[in-house]
Design a protein around this ligand. Sequence first.
Ligand SMILES: C[S@@+](CC[C@H](N)C(=O)[O-])C[C@H]1O[C@@H](n2cnc3c(N)ncnc32)[C@H](O)[C@@H]1O
Length: 451
Amino acid sequence: MPEASTDALTAHYRSLQHDWQVSDGSQSYGRLVVPNGNANRPFHRWFHLKEAYSSALLSQLLKDSGWIFDDDFRVFDPFSGSGTTLLSAIEVGAELPDLSISAVGIERNPFLCELGSAKVLGRIKGSALATDVDAAGRKVVAYLNGGVGALDVEIPHQSTLKNEKYFPRQNVLDLVALRHAIDEICATDDAVRSILRVCLASSVEACSQLRRDGRALRYAPQRDPRPAVPVFNERVASAVQDLMFTTPSSAAARIHYGDGRNPLVAAGDHSYDWIVFSPPYPNNIDYTEVYKTEAWILGCYESAQDMRKQRLSTVRSHPSVRFDLEYSYSMLDVAADVDRVVDPLIEAVPADRYAVGRREMIRGYTDDMFSTLKACRSLVSKNGRLAFIVGNSAHGSQNSSAFVIAADVLMGTLAELAGWRVVEIKIARQLKRRTSDSEFLRESVVVLEPV
Ligand SMILES: C[S@@+](CC[C@H](N)C(=O)[O-])C[C@H]1O[C@@H](n2cnc3c(N)ncnc32)[C@H](O)[C@@H]1O
């Protein structure tokens, strides 16, 4: 991108954030916007979601805002991923036993929705579920060892799972057989079934020669794929341990399979004290792709069309499919204001072969985030707060064609058009990319309050 256009875009971002308090929040938040520590925390450790934030983020937000609890505490997350926000809300309740907690999440990816839901269920029921999960896990493996694994299971019609360079054939057959066994044995107990299915999903990567690098699954020839049953046994053992040492909670929490951009039905007629979320960043990561092997092993898709349909229902943050070109904001009285915010970004997109896809993504993302923020405005309580965590991203492979999408500034401005005030942008991390040294290349925590 020519220097003059980079300067114009930087000037645009600077003028949009001019009246906000923008501070260096790296000391407190640098380690909280990533899943730091989650791998060692009960329940959070059931599956490593690279894009999650820390289980300690919510309590830091509450502390920094000087939040004073009433009798109850209501939390909402429209993009709940692995369920970090809801679990953290339940933990808040565990420390304040007189506080009544209700937490609602929405997630579009069928595997991630099941993951978050199982963790939430496990955290609420705790020790009351430990014996049942342990017994069912043993039955599942006995069922398989009794020869049922040799039953008529098929490798799913998915090219990665069929590719023996990535997955030994027997491993995939065993993973699918485990799923059949879980569904059969736990047919009448949804909570136990769901927890065992998550143990199964968290075994998939270890059975392969693939590694997730954040953007995609990569071939890792140095990796030794492990057989499915011992990995599954280990995952069940650690889930049982977490359950066993957890006092049941009285919190009410649930993750809905749905669309966070249109949350009103799932969120109910509550008014929430805190809405906390991290949307997909406009950085080309396609969650449907990154978590596809787990979803296929769990039987979430039966055909390539199922998976495509799933992709099309996600936030327009990636160009892996051509999304529809409908922008609901264009029907509203704020349309011209939204255009004024987004048009300079669209104009800054270099005219190369990616230009059409990038322009569509930027306008689609703007529309999706505006819908989310507007809907959330009607869900927040009078004195409530919303905090979103978002990373800005550099696009274009060379310095001459690089430009930054400052999602924090974009969303903050859209929030103002949707009836919020930006309380503060806390810069959690300054990001480094070869192609850009923009001051806007950063990951932020943005705090809003209703006006
Ligand atoms: C950055 S991740 C959230 C991670 C979460 N904060 C955690 O700690 O686990 C964004 C999530 O948004 C989900 N998502 C994408 N499109 C969605 C939609 N239309 N509705 C709800 N969730 C969606 C993705 O599947 C992904 O799980």
